[in-house]
Ligand binder design. Structure first.
Ligand SMILES: [Zn+2]
Length: 250
């Protein structure tokens, strides 16, 4: 992607279909970037009002608590319809307006293959919006803007998809799990009378940890989050890059 030579307001913006999607898949990376002084943010496309557990108000409060834990500068909700995300002009325009307002250098969103239709739609909507946002003649009252790069999280659970890269979040692990646990209404609670979901089973957080260990193992670190780039990663200096990130040996 080519970037307009304009100011970036955020360094990293993650866009998820529902509050908690980003925390589950990329919370450690957002936290790590914030700890390194980058400006980070999350935009949730819907407030999860049709989720089996909790309500829009509860999930909004939980999302704000998680934002504090991750050190985000920005957390917004675009109010698109949960369970009804569609590839339409209204949704695309809201995302374009958010991109032009927040001006992120790097954007991350859902992988394009996912059993949840909202996740698939979010992937396509964000991909399209990142491109269209750069067109000057698509007028929204704000100047055109295109992020430098778009990457994808929430790789298919079949594990047949090899990440393009993983981010070591070993040091961020405890705090990123605290951000996930901020979504109390979605997780296991022996007292709750609400219907069970995949997230609310007693072993769900253990399975999240196993995933992070698996990706960490690929890079010989304890915990990592995984991402995919559609394009090959180009680098100016492979020697410096691999010297910095290579595993310690011997
Ligand atoms: Zn979701």
């Amino acid at each position: 992607m080519t970037a307009d030579p304009m100011n970036f307001r955020l360094d990293l913006l993650a866009i998820g279909a529902h509050p908690d999607d980003v925390e589950l898949m990329a919370g450690g990376t957002l936290l790590k970037m914030a700890q390194q002084g980058y400006k980070t943010g999350i935009v949730d496309l819907t407030s999860g009002e049709r989720g089996t557990r909790g309500s829009a108000e509860i999930r909004l409060r939980e999302a704000q608590a998680a934002a504090k834990i991750l050190g985000l500068q920005v957390r917004e909700n675009l109010g698109l319809p949960d369970a009804h995300l569609m590839l339409n002009e209204a949704g695309r325009l809201k995302i374009i307006q958010a991109l032009r307002r927040l001006r992120p250098r790097l954007v991350m969103t859902h992988y394009w293959e996912d059993p949840h239709p909202d996740h698939r739609m979010a992937s396509q909507l964000v991909t399209d919006a990142c491109h269209l946002s750069g067109l000057a003649k698509l007028e929204t009252g704000t100047p055109r803007f295109r992020p430098q790069k778009l990457i994808y999280f929430m790789l298919p659970q079949t594990r047949l998809t090899t990440p393009t890269f993983v981010v070591d979040i070993t040091r961020q692990f405890q705090r990123r799990m605290k951000a996930v646990r901020a979504y109390k209404s979605q997780l296991y609670d022996a007292q709750s009378k609400e219907l069970e979901t995949r997230l609310s089973t007693p072993d769900f957080l253990d399975r999240v940890e196993v995933d992070l260990r698996l990706y960490g193992n690929l890079a010989q670190v304890k915990y990592a989050e995984a991402f995919v780039s559609r394009e090959p990663l180009s680098m100016q200096d492979p020697v410096a890059f691999f010297r910095r990130v290579g595993p310690k040996r011997g």
